[in-house]
Design a protein around this ligand. Structure first.
Ligand SMILES: *[C@@H]1O[C@H](CO)[C@@H](O)[C@H](O)[C@H]1NC(C)=O
Length: 238
C-alpha cells in the first residue's frame, strides 16, 4: 500500500513538473532569464530587417540606436519602418520588456515608440529555429500601429540541436514512455488475468484493489505535491 502510494506520488510530481510554467525575467538590454535557461539576443543578427509591402522594418532587438542609425533618423529609436522618405519609429532605445516561458517557446519582446495617437508598438515573438541566428518575419499589423513579428533564432532553443529528434522535448519523450508503459501494463494485465487466471468482471483489472483507491491516492498526492514534495510526519498513519 505504502509503496503504491509513493509510486503514484512520484508519477504525479513528474507530471506536475512537466506542466509547470514560469515566465522569464527581463534583464536589459535583451536577455530573459528563467530557471535553467537564459534567452540572450545580444549575438543574434543586428539589426534585424524585413520588407512588408511598401515598408521596410529595421529593428535592433537590444535597443541600440547605433545598430539602426543608418535607417532610423531619431536618436531615441531602436527600430523604425521606412517607406521612401517616410520614417516612423516603432521601438525606442529604452523600451524593451519581455514575457513568456522559453521552455514553451512563447517569449514575446515588446517595445513602443512615440506619444499619444502616434504610439507604435513592436511585438517580437521569439521562436527557436536551429538553422538561423536571427530571421525576422512580418506577421501582421493588428491593431493598427501594432506590428507583430516573429524572430526565429537558435538563441531561443532550450534544447541543444543534437538532442532534438524532430521537435520532441525530453519531457514529451518521458511522457510518451510513461503512457506506453501504462497501456502495456493495463492491456497485458487484463489479458493475463482474464485468460490465464480466468478472472471475471472487475477482478480482471490488474491491481484492482490499488486502482479502486486511486482517486483518493491522487488527492493525497496533489496535497503532498503542493507542500513541495515533502512527506508529512503523519504519513505512516495512512
Ligand atoms: C502575433 O503573431 C503570432 C504568430 O502568428 C501570434 O501567435 C500572436 O498571437 C500574434 N499576436 C498579436 C498580438 O497579434
Amino acid at each position: 500500500m505504502t509503496r503504491g502510494l509513493i509510486i503514484s506520488l512520484l508519477a504525479i510530481c513528474t507530471l506536475i513538473n512537466l506542466v509547470i510554467s514560469e515566465d522569464c525575467k527581463f534583464v536589459p538590454p535583451c536577455q530573459c532569464v528563467s530557471t535553467g535557461f537564459t534567452l540572450d539576443l545580444r549575438n543574434t543578427v543586428r539589426p534585424l530587417s524585413v520588407i512588408d509591402g511598401d515598408y521596410t522594418y529595421y529593428i535592433d532587438p537590444c535597443g541600440d540606436h547605433a545598430k539602426v542609425a543608418h535607417f532610423c533618423n531619431v536618436a531615441e529609436e531602436a527600430g523604425c519602418q521606412v517607406k521612401q522618405s517616410s520614417i516612423f519609429g516603432i521601438a525606442s532605445t529604452s523600451g524593451y520588456s519581455a514575457t513568456g516561458d522559453p521552455f514553451k517557446n512563447n517569449v514575446v519582446f515588446k517595445n513602443q515608440y512615440g506619444e499619444g495617437t502616434e504610439i507604435r508598438v513592436t511585438l517580437l515573438n521569439i521562436k527557436c529555429n536551429y538553422f538561423s541566428e536571427g530571421h525576422l518575419v512580418f506577421v501582421q499589423e493588428t491593431p493598427p500601429k501594432t506590428y507583430n513579428f516573429t524572430l526565429e533564432t537558435n538563441r531561443a532553443c532550450t534544447v541543444p540541436a543534437e538532442d532534438d529528434d524532430g521537435g520532441l522535448s525530453g519531457g514529451s519523450v518521458l511522457l510518451i514512455i510513461f503512457f506506453v508503459l501504462l497501456i502495456v501494463y493495463l492491456v497485458g494485465g487484463v489479458l493475463f488475468l482474464k485468460f490465464v487466471r480466468r478472472a471475471e468482471g472487475l477482478e480482471a483489472i490488474p491491481n484492482y484493489e490499488f486502482w479502486k483507491d486511486f482517486p483518493s491516492l491522487v488527492k493525497d498526492g496533489v496535497k503532498f505535491t503542493c507542500r513541495g514534495c515533502k512527506a508529512e510526519s503523519t504519513y505512516e498513519k495512512i
